[in-house]
Design a protein around this ligand. Structure first.
Ligand code: SF4
Length: 304
């Protein structure tokens, strides 16, 4: 993804987002609601609102992505499994249909591929032959993972894929998703607000704010030793292990600007404890600080 901008009549919601991903890599997009992370992911899949104006390039294996890639080279795992599954057809038939629509395989062959894919995510014959409503939420999300991977995509985009599940199931499903992508060589773009889960599962992470990437690097560097004031504020506001009970956590005061509402300078300046005159005048470009890319005039850890 190179220089992606997504504009609407009231302003730009994604502003110059660039990143690349390697085969088998888990790359996470994190940030508050409205930061542009879901829109970035959906744009990558060609799922953008009609009113959107797009600039920039999305390349897969060096060539442009086309609408025909969805379901073949690109796969999508939504928040709600039922939005990816038909409620009235058996799970294995839905996967077999997806296989046939890409490969033209005979029904019996496609069904065998579907059953194998479902077995690989822990769904046996009984679950494979059921309609989605007969399955638990965790089993449905496993079925969606199997559906996403059944045609061997190069890239899987998962948008808050476990939000509808309880915490124990969330971890199981994320682990399964990461392991299946690693086994097939698919890159995984994970959109999430769950920074602890991202820390456990992602190789690299991009923190987004007001439609831009403000910090991008290895997940352990960014989440254990953040340098952008926004990333530091976001992490400080989360509960973490070892914190005494009843401790009042610092709050990231204020809210992100609406699309198009950012003026000159850094979009985070109204909320940033380190904002200075330069911050209000000039939007910071991404540059390398302490082994990661950071958009900030005064990142922590930088030698003055
Ligand atoms: S550029 Fe300035 S206002 Fe923006 S995050 Fe950095 S220190 Fe804060």
């Amino acid at each position: 993804m190179d220089g992606l901008r997504v504009g609407f009549p009231d302003g730009e919601a994604v502003r110059g987002v660039s990143f690349d991903m390697a085969a088998g890599e888990v790359f996470a997009l994190v940030g508050e609601s409205g930061a542009g992370k879901s829109l970035t992911a959906r744009t990558l899949l060609g799922m953008v609102p009609r009113a959107a104006r797009l600039h920039g390039r999305v390349l897969l294996d060096g060539g442009p992505v086309t609408p025909a890639d969805l379901g073949r080279r690109l796969a999508w795992i939504p928040q709600d499994a039922m939005s990816a599954l038909s409620p009235v057809h058996r799970v294995e038939d839905q996967l077999a249909f997806a296989v046939r629509s890409v490969s033209g395989a005979r029904r019996r062959e496609a069904l065998a591929v579907a059953r194998r894919a479902l077995g690989e995510v822990g769904l046996g014959p009984e679950a494979a032959g059921a309609v989605p409503h007969a399955l638990s939420g965790g089993m449905r999300q496993r079925a969606v993972i199997a559906m996403a991977l059944v045609n061997g995509p190069a890239l899987v985009v998962a948008d808050e894929p476990t939000t509808a599940l309880d915490p124990a199931r969330q971890e199981q499903v994320l682990t399964l998703l990461r392991e299946r992508c690693a086994a097939t060589g698919a890159a995984l773009l994970l959109v999430s607000h769950d920074l602890a889960a991202v820390r456990r599962h992602a190789d690299r992470v991009a923190v987004t704010y007001a439609g831009r990437i403000v910090e991008l690097g290895a997940a352990d560097a960014v989440l254990d030793r953040p340098v952008a004031p926004y990333t530091r504020g976001l992490l400080a506001s989360l509960p973490h292990a070892g914190i005494p009970r009843r401790t009042r956590l610092p709050v990231l005061a204020g809210a992100p600007p609406a699309p198009g509402a950012s003026g000159a300078g850094c979009s985070f300046a109204p909320r940033c404890p380190h904002a200075a005159e330069l911050c209000r005048r000039e939007e910071p470009a991404l540059r390398v600080v302490d082994g990661r890319a950071v958009a900030c005039h005064h990142p922590a850890g930088e030698v003055a």
